[in-house]
Design a protein around this ligand. Structure first.
Ligand code: UD1
Ligand code: MG
Length: 453
């Protein structure tokens, strides 16, 4: 493989007005820089080289093993930034793609096209361009009367005629490696005191070389993030892209503008996503589900034919035919087997509700295991925390927990046990028995029997 990729991420991102380095600002849940690293990785077998500087340690930490790093100690411009990779890459790949880490919408397929274009170009580099009314401060592509490439002129240095040009530089180039490494030293100092990578254009033209400047099919891919306004624009475009792909694959999204699905999420056919639903991280939703409105699901797995209404789920699992909400909260380790029904105002953490369990109203289950077909009465609470440690509650099959029961853990209720309304259960309950009262006890006196009746 004779391609290397260099991604520039050393700039401060002054226009973001932030303490966080620009490339670490989150877009659809993950730092900007990871988008470019991911696209680069799918085009090139060798991991991309990331030029870091401002906030370098934090950027390194966010990217981890996915890239190789070189440091640009002082930010002296995009040409100077690429120069920092020369020691590592000179004599390696035959081609070098360079692009900027602030372009999260750029697609691998576009990088690939550029790479192919340069492979058939006798000149030293090919680059992408964008034809757009929204020039956003980008450098202008100056062409001669034949339409051949002449130069890239930065907006601040452009003449009024050049400013009127609608073809601009998104900042994605594929170079002949030897040419690149030998010409970087020749870059002139710009009036701003920087070495611009874009001045390689004029150097190549001076050598009478052919530059391929190829307009991009989808100008949206060229969106470079310089301000938080651009960040929000990118978020909207990315959301649109993700939602459109899902709809084309058979998912109904009632209002795509108000549905927030991260690119990592999977949704099965014939599921319906209602407005103001946020699906995040490693979430997988099965087929024929109805999710939302007003629902947040993070890193969770949902089976087929589930209904989740106005609820919040984090790191939870749901098998098929489960329904929950409105206003339910599944926390880490909640596992609902098939046909579980969880009504309003329930909270479940680190607990398994086995097949067919019903928990209709106002309950909290933590560190519990509830057997098949058991019924959790309204207001049931597992008292799982004694101030120091968490303890387990085990409930057998076909158990009937009366309303407002407190299960003081550790405690076990056998199969078909029952608790009366308002019981505080502090001891294990044998199978098939009823307990009630505070603390809960077996019916053992005449008056108790009368009460039970
Ligand atoms: C650059 C281009 C401009 C193009 C625009 C597209 C140059 C001189 N100009 O301008 O033609 O239209 O991008 O978005 O290249 N960086 C470093 N080290 C530095 C300076 C920058 O690593 O010393 C990195 C930044 O982190 C960023 C990228 O290079 O990821 C581009 O820098 P930025 O300051 O955003 O350049 P623009 O002014 O947008
Ligand atoms: Mg920029």
């Amino acid at each position: 493989m004779s391609l290397d990729i260099v991604i520039l991420a050393a700039g401060q991102g002054t226009r973001m007005k932030s303490r966080l380095p620009k490339v670490l600002h989150p877009l659809a849940g993950k730092p900007l820089v990871l988008y470019s690293v991911q696209e680069a990785t799918s085009v090139c077998q060798r991991s991309p080289v990331l030029v870091i500087g401002h906030g370098g340690d934090a950027v390194k930490q966010a990217v981890g093993e996915a890239a190789r790093f070189v440091e640009q100690p002082e930010q002296l411009g995009t040409g100077h930034a690429v120069l920092q990779a020369r020691d590592l890459l000179a004599g390696q790949g035959q081609y070098v793609i360079v692009f900027y880490a602030d372009m999260p919408l750029l697609q691998a397929s576009t990088l690939h096209k550029l790479y192919e274009a340069q492979q058939s170009n006798s000149g030293p580099f090919s680059m992408l361009t964008v034809v757009t009314e929204n020039t956003r401060g980008f450098g202008r592509i100056v062409r001669d009367t034949q339409g051949d490439f002449c130069a890239i002129v930065e907006e601040v240095q452009a003449t009024p005629e050049q400013l009127a040009i609608r073809e601009v530089n998104p900042g994605v180039y594929c170079f002949d490696a030897d040419w690149l490494w030998s010409r970087l030293d020749q870059l002139p100092l710009s009036p701003k005191g920087e070495y611009y990578l874009t001045d390689l254009g004029a150097i190549a033209v001076g050598e009478k070389a052919t530059i391929k400047a190829i307009p991009m099919d989808d100008p949206d891919e060229a969106l470079g993030i310089n301000t938080r306004v651009h960040l929000a624009e990118a978020e909207t475009m990315l959301r649109h892209r993700v939602n459109e792909q899902l709809m084309l694959s058979g998912v109904t999204i009632i209002d795509p503008a108000a549905t927030y699905i991260e690119p990592t999420v999977q949704v099965g056919q014939d599921s319906i996503i209602l407005p103001n639903t946020h699906l995040r991280g490693s979430t997988v939703i099965g087929q024929e589900c109805t999710i939302g409105p007003n629902t947040v699901i993070e890193d969770s797995t949902i089976g087929d034919r589930c209904v989740v209404t106005a609820s919040f789920l984090e790191s939870a699992t749901m098998e098929d035919d489960v329904d929950m909400g409105p206003f339910g909260h599944l926390r880490k380790g909640a596992y609902l087997e098939s046909h579980v029904h969880m009504g309003n105002f329930g909270e479940i953490k680190n607990s398994r509700l086995r097949r067919g369990v019903k928990m209709g109203h106002f309950s909290y289950l933590g560190d519990a295991d509830v057997g098949e077909e058991s019924n959790i009465g309204a207001g049931t609470i597992t008292c799982n925390y004694d101030g120091r440690n968490k303890h387990k509650t085990i409930v057998g099959q076909h158990v009937f927990i009366g309303s407002d029961t407190m299960l003081v853990a550790p405690v076990t209720l056998g199969d078909e046990a029952r608790t009366g309304a308002g019981s505080v259960v502090t001891h294990d309950v044998p199978p098939g028995t009823l307990v009630y009262g505070v603390p809960a006890h077996l019916p053992n006196s005449a008056s108790d029997k009368k009460q039970e009746g």
